[in-house]
Design a binder for this molecule. Structure first.
Ligand SMILES: Nc1ncnc2c1ncn2[C@@H]1O[C@H](COP(=O)(O)OP(=O)(O)OP(=O)(O)O)[C@@H](O)[C@H]1O
Ligand SMILES: [Mg+2]
Length: 481
């Protein structure tokens, strides 16, 4: 079905002209001339418009009141006002009520088109998030956090309890791969905001300027390259949950701005003048010790105190090693299903290796190891030779994966290929036989570059044509220092 646009416009000529114009662009257009007809259309479940393009003053009422009546139960629908008489207080009220834009007549068609198209895109994005959230509610029950050890039971109990509390902020701490992302989904999809969006942002993944405009949004022309207006992630998370991963990486001036949003429940887009009311729950995750970061002056104490109303620490896999067998069997079953293999057995030696390994990458590392083993298996027994659980610094030099990583370092530091002895400057070799996952390859590339540039992160970022933040994030994630 074509995307539906509802036009509320009492001027005959303009109404019919807009209807014709947007029909030509392929939209399903419904045009009404007053509030009563608009109410009637909006109450019909079948039309479900992506966008309402409304006049302000109508013969039987005001478009703003219509929006107010419907604002609470219209997710995935944007409102744009097009009015000849609106004043500043109307436009403030419109934006407070969540309208996408407020345009005054006469409005050039090009500008109207641009606004209509970005509002449609925004509504579609909201719908995709909502559609995802409906089946996610069934997928992320607290029982998806596997494990029967007392510490896991306790974590699951806390997750259940917290999802019943309307908390405004929460900090999730824990090493990489301990399940902070999973815990966030459990909290969101089992809480009172589960039907609203869960919006995620990794603060380490973007340079400062981009992070700021992603979070707060911007108006057209707010900075060079800011085409059109953009609703920031804070606004997109309205009524739902904003998940700020790697919060410890957020630059200090953005920390100040975030704190202000949390205190005032209002957000202002970059280059914008109006503030929009915001109701959200924030979950911030970090694998750093934020209290230490506060002491060192890297993280603002006021934001820390605002965020840590509740704090939940995700235990490491080593602390919950009693869960390893259950996790292993579940992951093996999942990867069997994906690859059509039938790995059902683990030898005693296999269990010993798995249970004595310290798992610095926690459950994520266990998943990756098991994925590799299942993919490379040729019987129903988990192939021990593909576990390869020793780190590169230890003795397992004969293993192909370790050799490959060593070769990588030798290439870069000496320019000599370990395998052939030929001189290959500025190159590294990565095995494509399935013995190395993408994460391991990433890690190998970055550690080779770090060796090449004597640990200078700036140079490494430049060499890999990426940002320092991304490199720092991966150094932490892969524990490269
Ligand atoms: N207790 C658990 N039961 C089942 N799966 C788990 C559990 N803990 C973690 N996982 C799985 O392990 C993987 C890594 O977890 P997740 O991405 O949530 O970690 P994280 O703490 O967010 O890591 P990072 O700090 O690197 O972002 C995911 O696939 C997740 O589903
Ligand atoms: Mg994560």
């Amino acid at each position: 079905m074509a995307d539906t646009l509802l036009i509320i416009e009492d001027e005959q000529l303009l109404g019919s002209e807009l209807q014709r114009h947007y029909r030509k662009q392929g939209y399903e257009v419904i045009w009404v001339e007053n509030c009563a007809d608009a109410r009637h259309q909006l109450s019909k479940r079948s039309i479900d418009p992506l966008l309402v393009l409304s006049d302000l003053n109508l013969p039987d009422g005001n478009g703003l009141n219509l929006l107010e009546e419907h604002a609470g139960h219209m997710s995935g629908c944007e409102w744009v006002f097009l009015t000849g008489y609106g004043d500043v207080s109307d436009s403030v009220r419109a934006l407070r009520l969540g309208a996408f834009d407020f345009l005054t007549k006469p409005c050039p068609l090009r500008k109207l088109d641009m606004t209509v198209h970005s509002a449609m895109r925004s509504a579609l994005a909201q719908r995709r998030l909502l559609a995802g959230s409906q089946d996610a509610s069934q997928r992320y029950t607290p029982d998806t956090l596997l494990g029967m050890s007392p510490i896991t039971e306790q974590t699951r109990h806390m997750l259940r309890k917290l999802s019943q509390i309307p908390f405004s902020t929460l900090i999730l701490t824990g090493e990489t791969g301990t399940g902070k992302g999973l815990a966030t989904r459990i909290l969101h999809y089992n809480g009172s905001r589960s039907k609203e969006p869960l919006v995620e942002l990794n603060c380490a993944a973007l340079p400062k300027e981009l992070l700021e405009s992603e979070l707060f949004g911007h108006e057209a022309g707010a900075f060079t390259g800011a085409k059109g207006r953009h609703r920031g992630l804070i606004e997109q998370a309205h009524r739902g949950t904003l998940f700020l991963d790697e919060i410890g990486e957020m630059p200090p001036d953005l920390q100040v701005k975030l704190l202000k949003v949390l205190e005032d429940h209002k957000v202002r887009r970059l280059g914008g003048e109006q503030e929009t009311n915001i109701d959200l729950q924030v979950i911030a995750a970090t694998n750093r010790n934020l209290q230490d970061e506060v002491r060192k002056g890297n993280f603002r104490a006021d934001l820390y105190h605002r965020l840590c109303v509740f704090e939940l620490r995700m235990p490491t896999l080593a602390e919950r090693i009693a869960d390893l067998r259950e996790l292993t069997v579940t992951f093996m079953t999942e990867f069997n299903r994906k690859s059509g293999k039938h790995v059902t057995q683990v030898s005693e030696r296999g269990w010993e290796l798995l249970e004595s390994y310290p798992w610095p990458g926690n459950v994520r590392e266990l998943r990756n190891v098991l994925e590799r083993c299942v993919m490379l298996s040729s019987s129903n027994l988990l192939p021990e030779e593909w576990l390869q659980l020793q780190t590169t610094s230890t003795a397992e030099a004969e293993q192909p994966r370790t050799l490959a990583v060593r070769a990588v370092n030798e290439h870069v530091t000496s320019g000599i290929t370990a395998a052939t002895g030929s001189r290959v400057a500025n190159a590294i070799t990565l095995p494509l036989d399935g013995s190395m996952g993408l994460d391991d390859m990433n890690s190998a590339i970055i550690s080779a570059m770090l060796a090449r540039y004597q640990g200078n992160v700036m140079e490494v970022a430049r060499g890999l044509k990426t940002t320092r933040e991304k490199i720092r994030y991966r150094i932490g994630k892969f524990r490269l220092r």
